[in-house]
Design a protein around this ligand. Structure first.
Ligand code: SF4
Length: 976
């Protein structure tokens, strides 16, 4: 027998260089666990130190979220720690110098805090809404939101309005939960997985782990996306789609499933409002549910005195107490007897059926570019997985109506979607459509489908109402309601008696009624225009509003520096808190140097955005693994310090003394209500740490987290893990632990009556608050209680023959927004970006692979380099977001590739667009939620001229800020 020759691969079979589960001592002499913040995913990490200095970072195998997996960003955290772009001292703009020049003097923290306390206390004592606090990738919105509310200003939001609020709102108003932190695809039990509009971001490592396992176990993965990158690269099938048309595809699938009877009748009748009867007669009741006045409603928001149509008696029956098996799912009826005699009604499901009647696959093909046959086949595949591959798990549970079930049904078809659907001005209705599609298949909180994560599900919408009256804003008084919430009807809007916005971003106004996350992308423009009013102080945390976090970047930079006729800044005072020398820092009047994530305490709380798993609530913390650099101070500490100095009630004892020593003390001892036992962290509560989820504050709580991988995971019994919208035992558990306010079931809103209340107001059919006349048609059109597809609003005002292409951005896998161009390792992966174009598209415009070209929209133009790519549908061009930088920003050398070859698409996008057929301008956003329409812009291409300089356009300059600690350790990491 001849010996097998040694192959190249045999030579590689040497001992592994690094064993992730071995004892990691070696050259390091200490390992500390904490939570990564190189992106928003929040993986558990181990930081390996030698003599107190970070040597390397790896994934924590004991962590439930990432189970030891780490990505390139996460392991590059060491270079963030030692970045030359760190801001390490408080700075104050030199009087008389312009913003944007980085003309600062170094000051002490004591001075910085005195300046802020003095200014903010005067604002609070006179007109608190003149203080606006907007935060970027903030993972402590429960604290920053509490600060704003205690201060008394409604002008607070985080970045959700320009990120993915459509995803949150579209899903939560429909099924009471959403993708990512609050729910996701159960890939462990799914057979078919359909991903729409998702790049490699949000829930990154857990999604990669789950996809790998899913594919290895034979699951089929279909990606529907204009671009095939990230997760889509490993999809079994890529279905290219035109941007902004997913809603048309979804409606067509809904139509096909209904037409071919591939729907879960039983599920819809019991667990959704599909059989609920809607009044069809014109007038103020049109489109509202028929209510039984002889039975009390549980609340105005959630009437439980509705009717269904009984097929046995051919008449009305109480929706909540009659047997759903007898309900008509479809049909229109005229009531023949009783107090409602003569009223015409239809089931919600019937109205859905009528709504999608026109949405044939051929209709969808003409909009999406996906062949009608493929749409039909996709509907078949969805139905096959849901119904032919269904299974049962022997898990007993009891529903809200007291019926005991011996098992849960698995419908193994799962979906995931993100910003590709959300960042369009038709995103809310598209995502409502997706949630309804999932509901028709019966895949809500069932094995193999979409599953919730605590603290969700919540009511549709949650019972949190935001500020709705100017009377809730008073000097030296906390705000009378939360700054952010979930409006259910026009009375919940943040408008004054004249119907005008009372927030600076116009969130919750008639312009964008359901803007649950605010509209950060309009704050600067509105403030500079004094529309609806001027403000005094704008505080920005971790958002690069002078560059990649804003539309219309160059105009916003000018706006930040705009002065009135007296030479005073139109925004009188800007405070920026950041860890790095970004473009926005240069525009501050006061700069507060934040720490890195390795230098501070943080918590990912169940009151906020936790890391819960399908099987139970989960929260986590960061603990400092190294001391803060130079004068850096965590923003959380600054917030607690300011709140204490301003004597905000929640931070002050009844005697007027300071209540909390600092942020860790606040997190340990704050309770949502005195004695409630519910606080920011759910683990190791109770005096001795023996209680979970609820219990007295435990002074040792941080220590216990640090000893336990910085994570707390409460695994619920299987009977609590499914059907949680209607699971009696789970709902009680959720209420007991503060996740829910009431024990009512959460019915899926196939028909969203809340939207109809707004529509009736728009039509002048409803008493109470009325929209201004110029918005009536807009409200009447878009507040359809059933999903519908309409072209993105920008299409209406664009000559699409002149600007035929869609232009998109994606977050690069190796970087987190603009944060990582100052990271020496990650910068080696991307130091500039290209515009990716299908070769057919590029050639049609005469553009060679690698050549310089102009991309033009009706709002602006950029010059960049292009590359051919077959992984993009021909009607779309795209690039990585935030690689391009202003020259000198982030301490990059002048003339660095990031500024000379890198570019932003933001220059092509306007933050405001003219209303169709009118002279007024309005935010370039979803008309329902205010979600920024990043992906609506239309562009055209042309080659750059041979004499043009080979640098990107436009160019901007950002000088480095003074007085920082130079990076002194950099080279040590390349030598043993
Ligand atoms: S996915 Fe995000 S949180 Fe997880 S290791 Fe990578 S950068 Fe860190």
């Amino acid at each position: 027998m001849t010996e097998k020759p040694i192959s190249f691969f045999d030579l590689l079979k040497t001992a592994p260089l690094h064993d992730p589960i071995s004892d990691q001592t070696g050259q390091t002499n200490e390992i500390k666990t904490t939570t990564c913040y190189m992106c928003a995913c929040r993986c558990g990490i181990r930081v390996h130190l030698r003599d107190g200095e970070v040597r390397y970072i790896d994934g924590n195998p004991q962590h439930p979220l990432n189970k030891g997996v780490i990505c390139a960003k996460g392991s590059s955290g060491i270079m963030k720690q030692h970045s030359p772009a760190r801001i390490t001292k408080p700075l104050r703009r030199i009087t008389g110098r312009d913003r944007g020049e980085s003309a600062f003097e170094v000051i002490e923290w004591a001075q910085a805090l005195d300046i802020l306390t003095d200014r903010l206390s005067k604002i609070r004592a006179t007109d608190p809404k003149k203080f606006a606090l907007f935060t970027g990738r903030d993972q402590m919105q429960a604290l920053t939101g509490l600060f704003a509310r205690q201060f008394g200003t409604p002008n607070y939001a985080a970045h959700g309005g320009f990120c993915s609020v459509n995803m949150a709102a579209g899903m939560i108003y429909t099924i009471g939960g959403s993708f990512w932190e609050f729910g996701g695809p159960d890939l462990d039990q799914a057979k078919l997985f359909v991903m729409l509009g998702t790049a490699e971001d949000h829930h990154s490592n857990p999604m990669k782990v789950a996809l790998s396992k899913f594919k290895r176990s034979g699951g089929r993965f279909i990606s529907i996306n204009p671009i095939r990158t990230g997760y889509s690269a490993i999809a079994d099938e890529w279905i290219p789609i035109r941007p902004g048309t997913d809603g048309a595809l979804i409606l067509s699938l809904v139509r096909e499933l209904i037409a071919t009877n591939q729907i879960d009748h039983e599920f819809l009748k019991r667990y959704s409002n599909s059989p609920d009867l809607v009044v069809r007669d014109p007038g103020p009741q049109h489109g509202l549910f028929l209510l039984d006045s002889t039975r009390p409603a549980v609340s105005e928001d959630l009437p439980q005195n509705k009717f269904a149509w009984c097929l046995t008696t051919n008449g009305l029956v109480p929706r909540e107490t009659a047997d759903p098996a007898t309900f008509a799912l479809d049909g229109e009826f005229t009531i023949t007897e009783g107090p409602h005699q003569g009223v015409r009604v239809a089931t919600s499901y019937e109205l859905l059926k009528q709504q999608v009647q026109h949405a044939t696959p051929e209709w969808a093909e003409s909009i999406t570019g996906i062949p009608a046959q493929r749409i039909r086949l996709l509907a078949k595949e969805l139905g096959f997985a849901a119904f032919q591959q269904a299974f049962e798990l022997p898990i007993p549970w009891t529903d809200s109506w007291g019926k005991a079930h011996t098992h849960v049904i698995g419908r193994p078809v799962a979906f995931h979607a993100m910003r590709g659907l959300a960042a369009h001005s038709n995103g809310f209705q598209t995502i409502r459509g997706l949630a309804i599609l999932m509901s028709l298949l019966g895949t809500i909180d069932r094995p193999g489908g979409f599953r919730h994560k605590a603290p969700y599900p919540r009511q549709t919408p949650p019972r949190i109402r935001s500020t709705s009256s100017e009377s809730q804003i008073k000097p030296n008084t906390p705000l009378g309601a939360a700054p952010l919430g979930w409006p259910a009807r026009p009375e919940d809007l943040a408008v004054n008696d004249q119907g005008e916005p009372i927030r600076i971003d116009k969130a919750f106004s008639w312009e964008h009624p359901l803007s649950a996350h605010g509209l950060m992308h309009n704050v600067i423009t509105n403030a500079v225009h004094g529309d609806p009013y001027p403000i005094d102080t704008l505080m920005i945390f971790m958002a690069n509003m002078a560059w990649n976090s804003t539309m219309n970047t160059m105009a916003i930079r000018d706006a930040l520096n705009a002065k009135d006729t007296q030479g005073e800044f139109k925004i009188p005072f800007i405070v920026v808190c950041d860890a790095f020398d970004s473009e926005m820092v240069a525009y501050a009047d006061l700069v507060l140097p934040d720490t890195t994530y390795l230098e501070r305490h943080d918590c990912m709380s169940l009151l906020d955005r936790p890391i819960s798993e399908f099987d139970g609530p989960c929260d986590s913390v960061r603990v400092p693994v190294v001391a803060p650099t130079d004068h850096c101070r965590p923003f959380q500490e600054v917030i607690v310090e300011l709140a204490s100095r301003l004597k905000l009630p929640a931070f002050t004892t009844p005697e007027g003394a300071r209540k909390f020593k600092g942020y860790p003390d606040f997190i340990t001892n704050f309770e949502t209500a005195p004695g409630s036992g519910i606080g920011f962290l759910a683990g190791w509560r109770g005096k001795d740490g023996e209680k979970s989820l609820k219990g007295e504050p435990n002074p040792e709580q941080w220590k216990r987290y640090a000893e336990n991988n910085c994570v707390f995971h409460f695994e619920m019994t299987p009977s609590l893990q499914y059907m949680r919208n209607w699971n009696q035992e789970y709902i009680r558990f959720a209420k007991d632990n503060g996740f829910r306010q009431k024990e009512d079931p959460i019915q899926i809103a196939v028909y969203c009556e809340h939207l109809q209340h707004f529509r009736l107001a728009g039509q002048g059919q409803r008493p109470g608050r009325q929209p201004p006349d110029w918005l009536r048609e807009r409200i009447s059109t878009y507040f359809d209680p059933l999903p519908f597809w309409y072209p993105p609003l920008e299409d209406e005002i664009t000559d699409t023959e002149s600007f035929p292409l869609h232009a998109l951005t994606q977050r690069p896998m190796a970087m987190y927004h603009s944060w990582d161009s100052q990271n020496a390792w990650l910068r080696q992966i991307h130091s500039h970006n290209y515009l990716f174009m299908n070769p057919r598209t590029a050639k049609a415009s005469g553009i060679a692979d690698g050549a310089w070209l102009w991309v033009e929209s009706q709002w602006g133009r950029v010059r960049c380099m292009g590359r051919y790519s077959e992984a993009v549908e021909p009607g779309t061009v795209w690039t990585w977001n935030a690689i391009g930088k202003s020259d000198g920003a982030w301490r990059l050398d002048p003339g660095a590739d990031e500024s000379r070859k890198g570019f932003l698409l933001n220059h092509l996008i306007s933050e405001e667009i003219p209303m169709k057929g009118g002279s007024k301008k309005i935010s370039n956003s979803d008309p329902i939620t205010g979600q920024a329409g990043w992906y609506d812009v239309r562009v055209r291409l042309r080659p750059a001229g041979p004499d043009e300089p080979a640098i990107s356009y436009p160019q901007a300059t950002t000088p480095a800020s003074p007085g920082q600690v130079p990076n002194k350790k950099f080279l040590a990491y390349f030598t043993p």
